[in-house]
Design a protein around this ligand. Structure first.
Ligand SMILES: Nc1ncnc2c1ncn2[C@@H]1O[C@H](COP(=O)(O)OP(=O)(O)OP(=O)(O)O)[C@@H](O)[C@H]1O
Ligand SMILES: [Mg+2]
Length: 308
């Protein structure tokens, strides 16, 4: 990796929602890939023991050191970064997109940290590794797990920005309230600078009325009182078989389906991400977005009741 360049202003972005299967990893990989295509230098840190982002790049499980070693400070982040510049047949990372991979061993992180130092504040373990990386990238994306494991909590504690992943599924929408509470808890308990950059709605099939009504609902509940701007990104990611296909290949859509509609949606989303960052940086922190309204749309309530 070229370390001799001028320092960059690094934005650390956590992508989360402690609900499983809501597109966190797919969004992390493709927002980063779209920004990398725009020439931005990006790093993804895979903080999930199920290593979805690592698998997305076709990297075999347990092949490389990564998140576990940087969180336990056994390795310096710069020594475990995988990049397109690496000459390894197993690696096909896109240009400008680096990865700190994860593996199953991450499930043992708490025991490993406690064995090192019983007084260690576990939620702070990502702060020092990130300090070593700031200035080298335009963006560092933190892909988090669907539960409150130490690496996930450490991501909420260390990030500058938060992108919330949501899908138009009644249960996922009903759970958005918990996702917002998690962000607010992180703001109250140690990371007052954490800001919600936006909500990405993905896996949307616009042909269904439920998806359209849930999309409108998400738009509405994420519009703070008195504001005309919703935290939901205007760009919505469609549901497409291209996504599981590219994941099976261990590639990004930018490598396997570069002219696909969904690839273009991620390009558009990346532009929105950069526009928001430019707008938000100079702005004082807006009023926190209120609790998600308990008044779920009728269709969501009906779907929840029908499913017990
Ligand atoms: N736009 C889309 N169209 C079709 N399938 C999608 C889309 N986005 C994600 N998926 C599929 O949905 C599943 C869950 O996506 P993903 O792994 O990104 O979610 P996640 O929130 O990271 O899950 P986990 O909480 O388990 O880490 C995957 O099988 C993925 O292929
Ligand atoms: Mg994931």
């Amino acid at each position: 990796m070229d370390q001799g360049r001028a320092a960059r202003r690094t934005e650390v972005v956590a992508i989360g929602n402690q609900k499983g299967g809501v597109g966190k990893t797919t969004n992390t990989v493709h927002i980063a890939a779209a920004l990398a295509e725009r020439g931005r230098k990006c790093l993804i840190i895979d903080l999930d023991m199920n290593h979805g982002a690592t698998r997305h790049f076709g990297i075999p499980s347990d092949a490389f050191l990564g998140a576990f070693e940087i969180l336990t400070h056994e390795e310096k982040p710069l020594d475990v970064i995988l990049s397109s510049e690496d000459r390894d047949d197993d690696l096909t990372l896109p240009e400008n997109l680096d990865l700190i991979p994860s593996r199953r061993k991450l499930e043992k992180i708490d025991q490993a940290l406690a064995a090192k130092n019983k007084f260690l504040v576990m939620q702070d373990v990502l702060l020092e590794p990130l300090e070593q990386l700031r200035g080298l990238y335009d963006y560092i994306f933190l892909d988090t797990a669907p539960n409150a494991t130490t690496p996930t909590i450490a991501a909420y504690k260390a990030a500058d920005w938060f992108i919330l992943s949501a899908i138009p599924d009644p249960f996922a929408i009903a759970g958005l309230s918990d996702a917002l509470t998690d962000i607010q808890d992180a703001q109250r308990s140690g990371n007052p600078n954490l800001r919600l950059l936006g909500v990405v709605l993905s896996g949307v099939d616009k042909r269904t009325t439920l998806a359209n009504s849930l999309s409108d609902y998400v738009e509405k509940i994420f519009t703070p009182d008195g504001s005309s701007r919703s935290a939901k990104f205007d760009t919505v990611i469609s549901r497409s078989t291209a996504i599981p296909q590219t994941q099976k290949l261990g590639k990004t859509l930018f490598q396997s389906h570069s002219t696909h509609k969904v690839t273009d949606q991620y390009r558009q989303l990346a532009r929105e991400v950069e526009e928001r960052l430019r707008a938000f940086r100079g702005e004082p922190m807006s009023k926190p977005i209120g609790e998600v309204l308990p008044t779920l749309p009728t269709q969501v309530k009906e779907a929840l009741v029908a499913n017990g």
